[in-house]
Structures are given as C-alpha cells and as structure tokens.
Design a protein around this ligand. Structure first.
Ligand SMILES: [Mg+2]
Length: 229
C-alpha cells in the first residue's frame, strides 16, 4: 500500500498483451489474409462483394452502431461477418466458422525474445495478470501457465483506460489498485489509465516512440521486460 507519493513495492504485476508481449500488426494482417482466403473459397459471393478494407469498414460501422459493445472485438468481428455473409445469401451461422479461422490465426503470436524468460522469473515472485483490450486467448497463445488470471475488456464490459478495467483487476487479485504495477505500450490506455485508477504504471517503449506531449510523463520507462527488477 502507499500513502502520499511514496512508491511501494507492488504485490501484483499486470501486463498488456498486444504490442507489449508480441507485435500485433503482422499477426492481424496474417489473420485477415487467412480469413479472406477462406471466404474466397467457401463463401465466394460474400468475398466478391468485399475486400479486406471494406470488411474493416464494416467493423468500424458496427462499433459506431453499437457503442456499448465497441470494446468487444469478438462481437464486432462476428457481427460484421454475419452481416456480409447474410447479405450474400449465406447462413448467419457461417460467421462463427469464419471467425474461428480468423481467431486461430490471431492467436498465433510470436512473443518478443525477452517475454518468456521475464514472465518465468517474475511469476516466481508475484502473481501475474493479463489486462487486455484485445481478444487474445492466453491458452491459445501458449502463455497461460505464466498467469494467475486474465482480465479482458470483453469480460469487464469496458476497455482501458476506463478505470473499471483496473478496478476489476484489483478485485480479481484481491489487492488495492496502488498495489498493482501495470506494464503496457499504450501511453493513454495503459500508463495514464493505470495511474488515473490509482495503480502504478510502467511504459514499455520497445521501438523508440516519443511520449505524447499532452500527457504527464511516465514515472518509469523500459524497453524490455528484462528491466523489471
Ligand atoms: Mg498494447
């Protein structure tokens, strides 16, 4: 626990997933390509009316239409897939098979080299939690054994930087927010979100990005998980 400005040793560590433990851009690109190839083969009429870009636009439209589900990547993808399949005369249930093609590829991630050794070391000392806005599966990504739990935007009904995410993590771990040290790549969602919720935050800046001028600078910045003592 902390009082005043003193930094206390955290009793729980939490980690963002995408772009913190693995690079997500190439994974989503590959997953969208696999899904696209599958649609072209199995549901060619739907593919003929679309492109990968227009499918992204459908998802954005779904997020605008259902703002209360905007944090739920699985819902948005399933909804927009069903929409395009039904419009081409296919069963809406085909969306679930299409989603599974995407989801299997979306979880085929390659952790940064520092991640597994650091999680193994840190997990021996304190419980580790995943705190993510995306819909990755710890089991499918092959890292579930490192973690005591996973709090996702989908399970909370809100996305970081919403303080409900950090409150849900604190409740799940049975600690006060100030006892949590959260590590993430996003200045707004991870660092500012954590400190607004009363948690401690570390910014992981793996690729030399600059910190947004309008935000108070992070208390701690690292470039690899090895730096967490
Ligand atoms: Mg991230």
């Amino acid at each position: 626990m902390r009082d005043g400005g003193a930094v206390s040793l955290p009793s729980v560590l939490s980690f963002d997933l995408d772009d913190t433990l693995w690079p997500i851009g190439p994974v989503i690109e590959a997953a969208e390509s696999e899904l696209w190839a599958w649609l072209c083969e199995r549901h060619p009429r739907a593919a003929a009316a679309h492109s990968i870009e227009s499918m992204r636009a459908l998802r954005a439209a779904a997020a605008a239409r259902f703002p209360e589900r905007g944090h739920d990547m699985t819902f948005l993808r399933l909804h927009s897939l069903a929409q395009m399949l039904v419009a081409a005369g296919y069963e809406a249930s085909a969306a679930e098979r299409a989603f599974e093609v995407f989801y299997a590829a979306r979880n085929r991630v390659s952790c940064y080299a520092d991640v597994r050794p650091a999680l193994a070391r840190l997990g021996g000392r304190r419980p580790l939690y995943a705190l993510s806005n995306g819909n990755a599966s710890l089991e499918r990504c092959g890292i579930a054994a490192f973690f005591a739990g996973h709090v996702s935007a989908q399970s909370v009904g809100a996305a970081k930087p919403d303080p409900r995410m950090f409150a849900a993590l604190a409740a799940r771990a049975g600690v006060a927010p100030a006892e949590i040290l959260h590590v993430g790549d996003d200045p707004y969602a991870d660092v500012d979100g954590a400190r607004r919720a009363g948690a401690q935050a570390v910014w992981i800046n793996r690729d030399g990005r600059s910190w947004p001028a309008e935000l108070e600078p992070p208390a701690r910045t690292i470039t690899s998980l090895e730096e967490i003592a």
